[in-house]
Design a binder for this molecule. Structure first.
Ligand code: FES
Ligand code: FES
Length: 219
């Protein structure tokens, strides 16, 4: 008489093919399951990631100061900072390079704009320890002795500054733009500089400077 009991979880259907000789139902199921869904490599990577996480938890960085090394304007600086310290604070407060300004301190105004590996970043929103090994550039690195960089010249020529708090950030953003695109259109320049804010309203002069600065070479 046919049984009306529900099948047990994992039970083989009555019409399933016979198992290979010497193989238990458990072996067969596990291997075929792994083959079917391809989780062998995935499982290995999950285990490796968990192991790395566990090691990171076992060896946390900080909260005390840790030694780091930053390369700024081509010079290497060894310093000791707590892991919570931003790149901006490390450079301004520990290394006395105060060109880039701290205004909003929350990634909203662009006054702290620096170049990291050729790309603009808000230094108030990046940790100093994250910038290790990168090529960091600030406004201090632009002049050659007493000779201004072409972008600085253009800012002076076109009155691209008033109080000057936003200016180093605008200058670095303009340098990044012109190193990537020496002849931008007005729209391209506006887009490249739209992460920077000027409370004094010098946008017209900044744009003219960005469109007329000549001789900017890739840094
Ligand atoms: S100070 Fe960094 S974005 Fe304003
Ligand atoms: S020149 Fe004053 S904030 Fe831009």
């Amino acid at each position: 008489m046919a049984s009306h009991e529900p099948p047990r979880p994992g039970a083989r259907p009555p019409d399933a093919e016979p198992l290979p000789e010497g193989e238990s139902r458990l072996d067969f199921s596990r291997r075929n399951f792994l083959k079917t869904v391809g989780v062998g490599p995935l499982a290995a990577s999950v285990v490796a990631a968990r192991t790395a996480d566990a090691q990171a938890v076992a060896n946390p960085v900080g909260p005390a100061a840790v030694p780091i090394e930053l390369t700024i304007n081509g010079h290497r600086h060894a310093l000791s900072v707590e892991p919570r310290v931003t790149l901006l604070d490390a450079i301004r407060d520990r290394l006395d390079l105060t060109g880039q300004k701290r205004v909003c301190d929350r990634g909203a105004c662009g006054a702290c704009t620096m170049l990291v590996d050729g790309r603009t970043i808000y230094a108030c929103s990046m940790l100093a320890i994250e910038a290790q090994g990168a090529d960091i550039r600030t406004v201090e690195g632009l002049t050659n002795g007493t000779v201004l960089h072409p972008v600085q010249e253009a800012f002076c020529e076109h009155d691209g500054l008033m109080c000057g708090f936003c200016t180093p950030g605008f200058v670095m953003a303009t340098v990044a733009l012109l190193e990537a695109n020496p002849t931008p259109t007005a729209d391209e320049a506006r887009r490249a500089l739209d992460g920077n804010i000027c409370r004094c309203g010098t946008y017209k002069g900044v744009l003219e400077a960005a469109l007329t600065a000549k001789g900017v070479r890739r840094g």
